[in-house]
Design a protein around this ligand. Structure first.
Ligand code: PD2
Ligand code: ZN
Length: 274
């Protein structure tokens, strides 16, 4: 197929569908269903989508920088267990020592309350059925342990410590789960604007496992059928350059089947988090 066969209408359709989050695979499926041959459809998609920057802010149209872990042995002082490019996921071993995990649980335990989910329709917090864990937030650098962990994450992921929220600790008992969700704030919701004023969008998450549940409790990424085993001291990092499902950053905490699960989550923001 020559360039001339990619008509302006087709070009516009591919660009629009891609912008609202349809994957190239989904577009290919639609084109095949409407009678395109596979080679012609693939070439048209490649021609329109190749070279298109992925990291684009929905409102400004400018690229959004996200933390990029430097995985060279000297940069990250942990074991690299697994990596995925799209979505960007990095599973690291021995991010926290077992003593650090135990100390964080001991500091968080007395402050636990039923986890709230930010209610973006109103801007407030609300207890949500999708999240059956208990949780609490530390202020940034609230104590020497939090400060040490935050410094480590900032260094390893090349992201300023002040662009991070305070650590959140979650506790799941048997049967508790965190249904699949996105960690970014939905720009379409009215409650999002005040949240964004405190440091912009979330651009990455680091979930650290503070114990090893007896059974269940993995962190799952349903769009790419990827599961991270919850192992004490390990962590999963994932980034999202846009507040959009096209990032494939949908993720959840599977139900704990036996035992309990403790995690600490660190969210990284675009700018200084106040
Ligand atoms: O506990 C988890 O595995 C988990 C899963 C999804 C935690 C979070 N999200 C979170 O803290 O956002
Ligand atoms: Zn999450």
């Amino acid at each position: 197929m020559s360039n001339s066969q990619v008509t302006p209408d087709l070009r516009r359709w591919i660009a629009e569908q891609s912008a609202v989050g349809h994957t190239p695979e989904a577009l290919l499926g639609s084109m095949l269903a409407s009678g395109w041959s596979a080679p012609a459809a693939e070439q048209a998609l490649d021609e329109v989508l190749r070279g298109r920057p992925l990291e684009v802010d929905q409102t400004t149209g400018l690229p959004v920088p996200v933390p990029v872990p430097d995985l060279s042995a000297t940069a990250v002082g942990a074991q690299v267990i697994a990596t995925m490019l799209n979505p960007r996921i990095v599973v690291l071993g021995a991010v926290l020592s077992h003593d650090e995990c135990d100390e964080l649980v001991a500091l968080a335990r007395p402050k636990l309350a039923r986890s709230e989910t930010l209610e973006l329709t109103t801007g407030g917090n609300a207890v949500h059925e999708a999240r059956t864990s208990q949780g609490m937030f530390f202020a940034r650098e609230e104590n020497p342990l939090c400060a040490r962990i935050e410094r480590r994450i900032a260094d390893w992921f090349g992201w300023p410590i002040e662009n991070g929220e305070g650590l959140q600790v979650l506790h799941y008992g048997p049967g508790a789960e965190y249904k699949p969700h996105y960690d970014y704030f939905d720009p379409a919701q009215p409650g999002t604007a005040p949240v964004l004023r405190r440091g912009g969008q979330r651009v990455a998450s680091v979930v650290m496992y503070l114990n090893t549940p007896t059974r269940g409790g993995g962190t799952v990424f349903p769009d790419v059928q990827f599961e991270v085993a919850p192992v004490k001291g390990n962590a999963v990092f994932f980034s999202y350059d846009r507040p959009h499902p096209a990032t494939r950053s949908l993720h959840g905490g599977s139900p704990v089947i036996e035992g309990e699960k403790w995690v600490a989550t660190k969210w990284l923001r675009e700018r200084r988090f106040e």
